[in-house]
Ligand binder design. Structure first.
Ligand code: NAD
Length: 463
């Protein structure tokens, strides 16, 4: 694999300065300009879909079907959603009618924040660059994108293609690792969007506060799954295993662990085994038909969690350090103090945690950080409502798994330790937009409000 060419540190100040000058020219105020950039970005991906597919295979060992469904097509969709809607998103809003103020012509106008920094993680190295960028471009910002150095093939491809399709005076890629990101974080931005781990999220937030830069954090966490014993077991098993094992479990909204009533664990495990056997006939697991862990450190971390478990492996369990491969693995009888419950797994291991009943499952989730996503499998509306209304999470999903971030119109973001701020569609546009309150008061208003002027007298109080 070719090494990633890092952007020289001394060039970073220059890029920042050039973007500031170009932003100040007012070029991005034009919605037609923004639409052109969005369309060009969509063409960038469409024209080079095969190269992205290859780069994703190189970086993550991903099957093309997974790359197209979860990343390449989804990225084009996000850009086209912004392209089609930016005119209406960018229109000024009138506040609701108020007889006291209506003649002052109050209006909220939508202005770009300015020059923004977007720092992306490795797990969906294209989609998690494109989605926030679609919002930032639609809102009219100048952008520096810092892709993840853990996916050098995708990061290099973005660096190569950006100047061919996008306006380089306003949209740039800075490649590199901690030194380059630290340098970027020293500079004053008008907004920073960081997607990745909470550990680095804290570093980013601390750097942003020095310049009082607004910051959005798209983080992770342990997303739980509740299983209602009366739900359609085969359907739940299929959707759950797909959502967990796609991208080798390296999905921020991946189901992290499953809470099942103790008396029902055997039945549920049988349903999982049936789905597992159809998804992964032994030959395909051996033939590496699944995504790999992104790097040796990730392999060692996830393998450490697996080797430390006191639960029982019922499917999978094979590992191969040389290939950074961990087979999709299901572990039953996992307790709350198990290694698999100590941190976000971010790998292809699904722990089943038996609990007494739904109340205990809810209490367990509420005793931990608010997750990015929460899943429930049930056909019972009362059961679903109880889970949704007794918990807090970035998103809450019934009878489905990881698709929700790609659903147009829905906000995508966490709560508390799983993040702050929302991107995707109009929510991404608003994240990068300054809502500027304006008014324009005609002279005749003083016939009514003239009493406000000094000198203050008893008469002005009566007015
Ligand atoms: P990471 O934090 O290791 O890296 C993300 C980015 O931070 C990279 O661009 C990297 O260069 C930069 N970075 C790393 N260390 C840094 C440091 N010390 N100082 C400055 N910058 C630094 O995250 P990751 O491992 O790539 O991503 C995995 C995490 O991201 C998981 O927790 C996952 O749940 C979360 N995630 C969240 C979302 C979401 O939208 N909420 C999406 C994807 C991933």
């Amino acid at each position: 694999m070719a090494a990633l060419a890092h952007t020289p540190l001394e060039e970073i100040d220059k890029i920042h300065g050039e973007l500031r000058t170009a932003f100040n020219s007012g070029k991005t105020k034009s919605v037609a300009y923004r639409k052109y950039q969005l369309l060009q970005f969509a063409y960038l991906i469409q024209d080079n879909a095969k190269r992205f597919e290859e780069a994703l295979a190189q970086d993550l060992g991903r099957h093309p079907l997974e790359s197209h469904f979860l990343e390449i097509n989804a990225s084009i969709g996000e850009l086209m959603e912004a392209y089609k809607n930016v005119e209406s998103w960018a229109k000024p809003d009138k506040p609701s009618f108020n007889v006291n103020f209506v003649f002052m012509r109050p209006l909220t106008i939508k202005e770009p924040k300015g020059v923004v920094l977007i720092i992306s993680p490795f797990n969906y190295p294209l989609w998690l660059c494109v989605t926030p960028m679609a919002g930032a471009i639609a809102a009219g910002n100048a952008i520096v994108l810092k892709p993840s150095e853990s996916c050098p093939a995708v990061a290099s491809l973005l660096h190569e293609l950006f100047p061919k399709y996008l306006d380089p005076s306003l949209i740039r890629v800075v490649n590199g690792a901690i030194p380059e990101t630290t340098k970027l974080l020293d500079l004053p931005w008008d907004h920073i969007l960081y997607t990745g781990s909470g550990r680095v999220g804290r570093i980013v937030a601390a750097a942003a506060v020095k310049h009082l830069t607004p910051v959005s954090l798209e983080l992770g966490g342990k997303s739980p799954v509740f299983i209602d014993p009366s739900s359609d077991m085969q359907l739940a098993a299929r959707r759950l295993l797909w959502g967990k094992f796609a991208n080798a479990g390296q999905t921020c909204v991946a189901p992290d662990y499953v809470l099942v009533p103790r008396a029902f664990q055997d039945t549920f495990v049988e349903a999982l085994k049936t789905a597992y056997a159809t998804f992964y006939p032994e030959a395909t697991v051996a033939a590496q038909n699944t995504t790999k862990l992104v790097n040796p450190q990730a392999f060692r971390r996830v393998n450490g969690l697996l080797q430390g478990t006191k639960g029982t492996v019922v499917c999978g369990g094979d590992t191969d350090e040389a290939r950074k491969f961990i087979a999709p693995t299901i572990v039953r009888d996992v307790k709350g103090d198990d290694s698999l419950m100590s941190e976000e797994i971010f790998g292809p291991i699904l722990p089943i945690v038996p609990v007494e009943d739904l109340d205990e499952a809810i209490a367990y989730v509420n005793a931990h950080d608010h997750p990015l996503a929460l899943y429930v499998f049930t056909q019972n509306e009362t059961y679903k409502k109880k889970v949704f209304s007794s918990t807090q999470s970035g998103s809450a999903v019934a009878n489905e798994t990881i698709i929700i971030p790609g659903v147009p119109g829905l906000p995508f973001g966490g709560i508390g330790p799983s993040g702050t701020g929302y991107h995707s569609g109009k929510h991404g546009f608003l994240m990068f937009t300054h809502l500027r309150a304006t008014m324009d008061t005609p002279g005749w208003i003083d016939k009514i409000l003239g009493f406000r002027y000094p000198p203050y007298t008893a008469r002005s109080l009566q007015a």
